[in-house]
Design a protein around this ligand. Structure first.
Ligand SMILES: Nc1nc2c(ncn2[C@@H]2O[C@H](COP(=O)(O)OP(=O)(O)O)[C@@H](O)[C@H]2O)c(=O)[nH]1
Ligand SMILES: [Mg+2]
Ligand SMILES: [Zn+2]
Length: 218
């Protein structure tokens, strides 16, 4: 009984995500679902990316409470809209479509969705995104693909952040790569530092190509 309720929920979420995909297409939005633990550097990456990317960028922020990230982004001139999940641990497709009834985004915009900081259930709630990007900071350790395989499984890209901390933490890149390859051999991997800007250009160039391809097929 419990299993069948769970299956119904995920079936319904997949349907809502598909509806979102059509909505995004009508609105000309390329949506990037950004998943990571709290503090990995999601907002920092969005700030850096919006600054360098030559296409308009907007952001939907998901947090249990507060509008801290949204206020920061809006103050920088990056249009941002806050969803408060009131303790909820992930965003759902319906929250995004509802947000877009209020949040007016120009066509041909790259829309980041900064998901709730969480490496578990965010993996199971598709939002209709074009790209799923998982971020991890090296201070979190190299064992995460082994402990949290589901979050990495469907990632189009994995961004390893806080490379500037390398001298201070024991992050074994080879172990991380091995674990990631076992669950997702196709993910593009970017090693960056949002603090000193290392590797950001590679990531932005990759995203720019993805966006151009997306809009070319609209
Ligand atoms: N040393 C270092 N700190 C970083 C880097 N990126 C982000 N931070 C810091 O990590 C903290 C959390 O970053 P934030 O972008 O808010 O993470 P989020 O919770 O995933 O959105 C902040 O204090 C950032 O300044 C980085 O590349 N290196
Ligand atoms: Mg944030
Ligand atoms: Zn959740």
């Amino acid at each position: 009984m419990e299993i069948s309720i769970e299956q119904d929920i995920f079936k319904n979420e997949a349907k809502l995500a598909e509806e979102n995909r059509q909505l995004f297409s009508q609105k000309g939005l390329m949506v990037v679902n950004l998943l990571a633990a709290p503090g990995a550097g999601k907002t920092s990456l969005i700030k850096k990316t919006a600054h360098l990317l030559k296409v308009p960028t907007a952001v939907i922020e998901g947090d249990p409470a507060s509008s801290i990230d949204t206020d920061t982004l809006n103050a920088l001139g990056i249009p941002a809209y806050q969803i408060n999940t009131e303790g909820g641990c992930h965003l759902e497709a319906a929250m995004i479509s509802k947000a877009l009834t209020e949040f007016q985004v120009e066509p041909n915009t790259l829309l980041f969705v900064e998901n709730v900081g969480n490496l578990i259930c965010t993996a199971f709630f598709p939002l209709g995104e074009e790209l799923r990007v998982v971020m991890l900071s090296i201070a979190e350790g190299d064992d995460k693909p082994y402990k949290y395989p589901d979050i990495f499984r469907e990632a189009d890209a994995v961004v390893i952040n806080k490379l500037d901390l390398k001298p201070h933490v024991d992050f074994r890149s080879d172990n991380f790569y091995k674990g990631l390859k076992a669950v997702n051999p196709k993910a593009h991997i970017f090693e960056v530092s949002c603090k000193n800007g290392a590797g950001i250009e590679n990531w932005v160039n990759w995203l720019a190509v993805k966006a151009a391809t997306f809009w070319a097929h609209q």
